[in-house]
Design a binder for this molecule. Structure first.
Ligand SMILES: C[S@@+](CC[C@H](N)C(=O)[O-])C[C@H]1O[C@@H](n2cnc3c(N)ncnc32)[C@H](O)[C@@H]1O
Length: 332
C-alpha cells in the first residue's frame, strides 16, 4: 500500500484460502477498470460499488505471514482507475461495538493510503445488513451500472431476502442503436457452503440458519436436497444448486459459480457472480478466469503445498509432544 498508515491490528484476520476469493474479485473488478473503462473508449458509463460487508479493508494471514487487500480497498482501487467511478458505499458492521470501531478505523486508514480522485464519493456506515440494504437502495440509481459485494462470515448473516431485494431493483438505458435495454445491479456473493452443509444435518436449531440463508422453510429445502441427492449430487452441491436456481429465477440469468476450497480440499464457500450483461460474463469466462487460473497454479498452489507439508509436520510433532511455538509460525 502506498500511504503511511500501517497497523496490522487493524486488518481482518483470515485463513490462507481467503486469498482466492479476493483474487477472484480483483479479476472481476479489472474487467471494469481495464476493459470497460479502457483509455480512448467513448460513452463509458458510470460505476457505483456497494460493499455491504466491508470489514477492515485489509487482510492479514498469520499462517503465511502475508497481507492483501480486502473487498473495500480493491473496490476503491477499481473506482479510482475506472474513469467514471462514482460512488463507493461501504457498510462495516460488527455486533460488538468495540470491534466495529476498529473495523472503521482500519477501513478509513487503509483508504487514506490510496490516491482516490474527488469524483469518487465515499460513504461509510455501520448497520446490520437488513438495515444497510435499505439505506444503500436509497442511494442506488438503477439506470446506471452498480456492483454489490455481499461477503458475509456466516451463511445466515446474508438472508436471502437481502439478495432478492437488490436483485429485484431494475433500471433501463438506451444503447447506441436507440434500443431500450433493462439493467439490474451486478452481484458478487459469497455463499458459505461448507458451514451451511454442516448446519443442514443438525437438528439443534442450526437448520434455521440454513432456512434464513436460502429463504425457504426447512421442509422445502430438505425435500429439495433429498431430490438433488437422488440425482447424484452431494449435500454441498445440492445447496449450491438450490441457490443458483433461486438467483436464476429472480435474475433471469445463470450466475457464474466458483467453488473455493480450503487448504485440504474441503468445501469452504461458493462465489456467485451475477451479471445480466453478456459482455461481462464473456470477459470473465474467456479472459479473466484464465488469468486467475494462472495465478492459482503459479502462485497460490505452490504456497498451499508448502503449507500442507508444514501443517502435517506440526501435526506429527504434536502427537509426540515435540512441537515448539516456533513450529506454528512461518519461517521466511
Ligand atoms: C467475511 S467479513 C467481510 C470481509 C470483507 N468483505 C473483505 O473482503 O475484507 C464479514 C463482515 O461482516 C460483518 N458482519 C457480521 N454480522 C453482520 C450483519 N448482520 N450485517 C452486516 N455485517 C455483518 C463482520 O463484522 C465482518 O466484518
Amino acid at each position: 500500500m502506498e500511504g503511511n498508515f500501517h497497523d496490522k491490528s487493524l486488518m481482518d484476520k483470515v485463513k490462507p484460502h481467503t486469498q482466492q476469493k479476493h483474487k477472484f474479485l480483483e479479476h472481476y473488478l479489472n474487467i471494469w477498470s481495464d476493459h470497460v473503462g479502457k483509455e480512448g473508449k467513448v460513452n463509458v458509463p458510470t460505476l457505483d460499488i456497494f460493499d455491504l460487508f466491508s470489514s477492515y479493508g485489509m487482510c492479514h494471514c498469520k499462517e503465511n505471514d502475508e497481507e492483501w487487500e480486502g473487498s473495500a480497498v480493491l473496490s476503491a482501487r477499481c473506482l479510482s482507475k475506472y474513469p467514471k467511478g462514482r460512488i463507493l458505499w461501504l457498510n462495516s458492521y460488527n455486533p460488538d461495538p468495540d470491534v466495529m470501531l476498529k473495523q472503521r478505523e482500519g477501513l478509513e486508514g487503509w483508504l487514506s493510503n490510496l490516491d482516490i480522485p474527488s469524483r469518487v464519493k465515499i460513504e461509510i456506515v455501520g448497520l446490520p445488513v437488513d438495515q444497510a440494504v435499505e439505506s444503500a437502495l436509497n442511494v442506488l440509481k438503477p439506470n446506471f451500472p452498480s456492483l454489490w459485494i455481499l461477503d458475509p462470515h456466516q451463511g445466515d448473516h446474508l438472508p436471502w431476502g437481502v439478495v432478492e431485494k437488490i436483485a429485484s431493483s431494475e433500471g433501463q438505458f438506451t444503447n447506441r442503436y436507440g434500443k431500450v435495454i433493462k439493467r439490474k445491479p451486478e452481484l458478487f456473493i459469497t455463499l458459505m457452503t461448507g458451514r451451511l452443509q454442516a448446519w443442514s444435518g443438525h437438528s439443534d436449531g442450526q437448520e434455521d440458519r440454513v432456512s434464513i440463508a436460502l429463504g425457504m422453510a426447512k421442509e422445502e429445502w430438505k425435500q429439495l436436497i433429498d431430490k438433488l441427492k437422488s440425482e447424484g449430487l452431494n449435500t454441498g452441491e445440492a445447496i449450491v444448486e438450490i441457490y443458483r436456481k433461486k438467483i436464476e429465477n429472480v435474475y433471469g440469468v445463470n450466475p457464474i459459480c466458483y467453488t473455493v476450497p480450503g487448504v485440504h480440499g474441503n468445501l469452504v464457500y461458493t462465489i456467485f457472480l451475477v451479471t445480466d450483461k453478456d459482455a461481462g460474463r464473456f470477459m470473465m469466462l474467456v479472459k479473466k478466469y484464465p488469468e486467475y487460473s494462472d495465478w492459482l497454479e503459479e502462485e497460490y498452489k505452490p504456497k498451499e503445498k508448502k503449507l500442507k507439508k508444514r501443517r502435517k509436520a506440526v501435526g506429527k510433532k504434536e502427537k509426540t509432544g515435540h512441537a515448539s511455538l516456533d513450529d506454528y509460525v512461518r519461517k521466511k
